[in-house]
Design a protein around this ligand. Structure first.
Ligand code: ADP
Ligand code: MG
Length: 283
């Protein structure tokens, strides 16, 4: 049986109304995200990724078309808080998302605003910090933490609201490579162990290889959708859209161009090593 629909985007069009001119940012988007999915969205700057993300928890509302979050219409005022609690959001800059001066107070901020009782809040804060592997930092000051740690605190703050889905808008863009790894590992863990639906916008192609599905945006439209292997085997099309492919896919393509008989849909270092070892055995 197919999983329940978490986010259902149908014929979504969105126009930013300006004083001088209007801008069509989303142009008839259809996208279904199911409970438990891990979807990565890529596309170059200005293709509409952040605008789409904000439609997924009612930070922006459709100009035309519909967005449903767990069956709730984002245009329905009465559902607003339930929608925001169902679909949490993590942004690029961790500093803009942290509000308190002690880690655990920051994580408690969301549930406090929901009016949840203190014993339940205590429980949620502890669980959330454990889920992002930051329990030992509960009493620390967020500004003393690394970028990756701060972003994990921001994620804990979202988890404390018990969302079914988290939308990450380039959460690793401001982090160093180790911070990026920490955040990616946390996202994978939340998806696999906690069953949280993940929508992840990124411009690092390596971060897309583990996704269940990759969605490619261009000029306010979805132009490709498929498994990472399907999408990244379409190297020429991606390049035309100004996008890269994972390094190992690129290398496989170059080896192929040199006349080496190798599959062009290699995604990871591990796969490349195993393919090259087999080649060597054959020769
Ligand atoms: P992405 O996240 O893929 O870089 P965005 O969703 O931020 O793309 O932007 C899509 C288009 O909408 C771009 O042309 C951008 O300039 C425009 N845009 C984004 N935010 C606003 C805004 N607040 N007002 C007007 N235009 C905007
Ligand atoms: Mg963006």
């Amino acid at each position: 049986m197919e999983n329940e629909l978490m986010i259902n985007v149908e014929g979504l069009t969105f126009i930013y109304k300006g004083q001088e001119s209007d801008l069509l940012a989303l142009d008839h988007i259809d996208l279904k995200i199911r409970d438990g999915d891990h979807v990565v969205i890529i596309g170059h700057n200005g293709s509409g990724k952040s605008t789409l993300a904000k439609q997924m928890n009612a930070l922006l509302l459709p100009t035309d078309g519909k967005v449903h979050v767990k069956g709730m219409d984002t245009r329905d005022d009465d559902s607003l808080w339930k929608i925001r609690q169902t679909a949490g959001m993590v942004f690029q800059n961790p500093d803009n998302q942290i509000v308190a001066t002690i880690v655990e107070e920051d994580v408690a901020f969301g549930p406090e605003n929901l009016g949840i009782d203190p014993t339940e809040i205590r429980k949620r804060v502890d669980q959330s910090l454990l889920a992002v592997d930051m329990a030992e930092y509960a009493q620390k000051a967020p500004h003393l933490l690394s970028g990756g740690q701060k972003q994990r605190i921001a994620i804990a703050g979202v988890i404390a609201m018990k969302p079914d889905c988290i939308i990450f808008d380039e959460p690793t863009a401001m982090l160093d490579p180790s911070g990026r790894k920490e955040v990616i590992r946390t996202m994978q863990k939340l998806n696999r162990e906690e069953g949280i639906t993940i929508v992840h916008i990124t411009h690092f192609m390596e971060e897309a290889v583990d996704a269940g599905r990759v969605v490619v945006m261009e000029d306010g439209k979805i132009v490709m959708e498929g498994s990472p292997r399907e999408i990244f085997s379409r190297v020429a099309e991606l390049k035309k859209l100004g996008l890269d492919v994972p390094q190992m896919t690129e290398l496989a393509q170059e080896l192929k161009d040199e006349g080496i008989k190798i599959a062009s849909n290699i995604l990871t270092v591990e796969e490349m090593v195993s393919v090259l070892c087999q080649l060597k055995l054959k020769n």
